[in-house]
Design a protein around this ligand. Structure first.
Ligand code: NAG
Ligand code: NAG
Ligand code: NAG
Ligand code: NAG
Ligand code: NAG
Length: 510
């Protein structure tokens, strides 16, 4: 038995099969290597020096290493008259994005409140596409409102849905045909999709808008993904299409739609045409379709390590903060924490109050959860099922990701603290003026099951104060959760937590 195991391992470990270091016979061979290496490195560095000198003298490269590389490859081909789209470009800004919003005239009066939360007409461009005329009084600052083209000549045969799917899938082409200038991305969403536009930009900047990109996310319901497609960007969660891809789509879309009369909605029609173009979905975990019911706390307290880009279906779930309307709740999130540190919004960090044996999970700018007992990070980063599946009868196997029960033991039902205030704190340290954000979270007074564990209950805490430096470049680095540390608090009833980039060797150890 043991012998056969060894054999397998030897076959797998490829380097050991290659005699790269035969024993004594070639020792002389080894001595010659350092000299040779030294000469070679010297040679390389000389070339490098010469080359970089030439680059520096020919151009001012103050745009960072990426554009420098683009410049150097161009310098090799002189007299090339590059069109504007090929030049090394400035990062994508909001003015390069055009939003195409699907809306219905019936729900417009209510739904436009969601658009007002995130849309700013002085720095964004967008068009709301409606099925019918609406009164546009008091709509200052909203996107342009337009009526979609007639689609009654397209056939639609799906028995369950409405033919509006055809109209809505054509929003991409109809928006493109308005001929707006200097567009890099078309971003689609519904009238009840809330965009976190700074984070949308952070995501779009990762991709080259001169190429074909189709970026979005899936549903939180496995069955929805199965029925529609795992390869499809769910429209309510929002999705982005690069300009050249929108042009290619526009060329085929009307014919393409005619080939799929039996599809369900608008976003599966887009995906069918993407499949014809051979363009796959680039998945980004911050686009949230939110095909769920109930309370989003479980999902938002364990947000993936990815910027929060959208939220959708906010009329169908409980308000994200208790005892206020959904609009008021979103305003609380978007007026201060989002403005102070949008990159870190909803980002989780996990730490322990070892003296009191508590687990602390921070969802920055939103909520803090304190648990009795020390729970491992792999459990804390798994969403707890405070929400129900889209198909209400489905159990935990109906989610296309791992979930966990709200509490395995009645004592472990978390104490939840919701954001109540956040502001700058200018602390004068001895050497420099450091800008820090202090955010406060108040305990939600919900009933808790009786617990006989002999330990300080987290209900002795009324307010959690979190200190954090803003981190606008969070997503320019490899994804990693922040670290948090529970600090000594001089005041009773207050828990102090420090959140920030993990220090060398720092881990969430319990
Ligand atoms: C580059 O091409 C454009 C038109 O394609 C032309 O107007 C322009 O003068 C050209 N520039 C140079 C430097 O040749
Ligand atoms: C829209 O953006 C401009 C420019 O950044 C800003 O001055 C203005 O306050 C914003 N409007 C709203 C309603 O947020
Ligand atoms: C339906 O009408 C639209 C707009 O007039 C047109 O672009 C499209 O090609 C027509 N489709 C069919 C199948 O006739
Ligand atoms: C809920 O809000 C209402 C009015 O805003 C207030 O009177 C009430 O005390 C609040 N309830 C709780 C539990 O905070
Ligand atoms: C928010 O916190 C700041 C700083 O601690 C404080 O000055 C302010 O009064 C607080 N606002 C509210 C509404 O609690």
């Amino acid at each position: 038995m043991k012998d056969s195991e060894n054999l397998i391992w030897d076959q797998l470990r490829i380097p050991s099969a290659i005699p790269f270091a035969p024993s004594s016979s070639s020792s002389s061979h080894f001595k010659t290597i350092p000299k040779f290496l030294f000469c070679f490195i010297l040679f390389l560095s000389l070339i490098y020096l010469l080359y970089s000198f030439k680059l520096l003298s020919s151009r001012d490269c103050h745009e960072g290493p990426f554009s420098t590389r683009l410049l150097s490859s161009r310098a090799a081909v002189p007299n090339l008259n590059v069109s504007e789209s090929q030049q090394p470009q400035k990062p994508t800004e909001l003015r390069h994005v055009v939003f195409g919003i699907a809306a219905s005239s019936k729900l417009w009066e209510h739904r436009k409140k969601y658009i007002k939360l995130w849309y700013n007409s002085t720095k964004m461009r967008g068009v709301v596409w409606l099925d019918d005329h609406v009164e546009t009084h008091n709509d200052d600052g909203l996107p342009l409102v337009k009526i979609s083209g007639d689609t009654s000549n397209f056939s639609y045969t799906h028995p369950l849905n409405h033919r509006a799917g055809i109209r809505i899938s054509r929003i991409v082409s109809e928006t493109l045909r308005l001929g707006m200038k200097d567009v890099r991305w078309f971003v689609m969403g519904d009238d009840d999709t809330v965009f976190f536009t700074d984070n949308l930009l952070r995501v779009l900047r990762k991709y080259d808008h001169n190429q074909f990109y189709y970026i979005g996310g899936s549903s939180e319901s496995h069955m929805q993904n199965i029925y529609l497609s795992y390869s499809m960007a769910f429209g309510g969660g929002g999705f982005a299409i690069s300009y050249p891809l929108a042009k290619a789509l526009d060329k085929i879309q009307d014919h393409c739609i005619q080939r799929y009369p039996a599809l369900y909605g608008s976003d599966d029609r887009i995906q069918a045409c993407m499949a014809e173009l051979g363009v796959p979905l680039t998945k980004e975990l911050g686009f949230h379709q939110f095909d769920v019911h109930g309370n989003l706390l479980g999902l938002l307290a364990a947000h993936p390590v990815s910027p929060l880009v959208t939220m959708h279906h906010l009329d169908l779930v409980e308000p994200i903060f208790p005892n206020v309307t959904q609009i008021q709740a979103l305003e609380r999130l978007m007026t201060t924490p989002m403005k102070l540190d949008s990159a870190s919004l909803m980002q989780q960090s996990i730490c322990y109050d070892k003296a009191r044996s508590w687990t602390v999970s921070v969802s920055w700018g939103f909520a803090i959860l304190i648990f009795r007992g020390l729970l491992p990070p792999r459990e804390m980063e798994t969403p707890s099922r405070t929400f129900l599946n889209w198909h209400k009868k489905a159990d935990f196997t109906g989610f296309p990701f791992n979930t966990r029960p709200v509490a395995r033991n009645p004592c472990q039902k978390p104490f939840v603290f919701y954001l109540s205030n956040s502001t700058w704190l200018n602390s004068m340290t001895q050497l420099s003026k450091q800008v820090i954000i202090v955010s406060e979270y108040q305990r939600h007074r919900a009933p808790h099951p009786e617990c006989r564990w002999k330990m300080t209950p987290p209900s002795t805490i009324d307010i959690v104060k979190v200190y954090k430096k803003p981190d606008p470049h969070l997503w320019d680095r490899a994804p990693r959760r922040n670290c948090c540390r529970v600090k000594e608090s001089p005041e009773i009833g207050i828990l102090l937590v420090d959140v920030g980039v993990c220090e060398e060797g720092e881990v969430s150890e319990f």
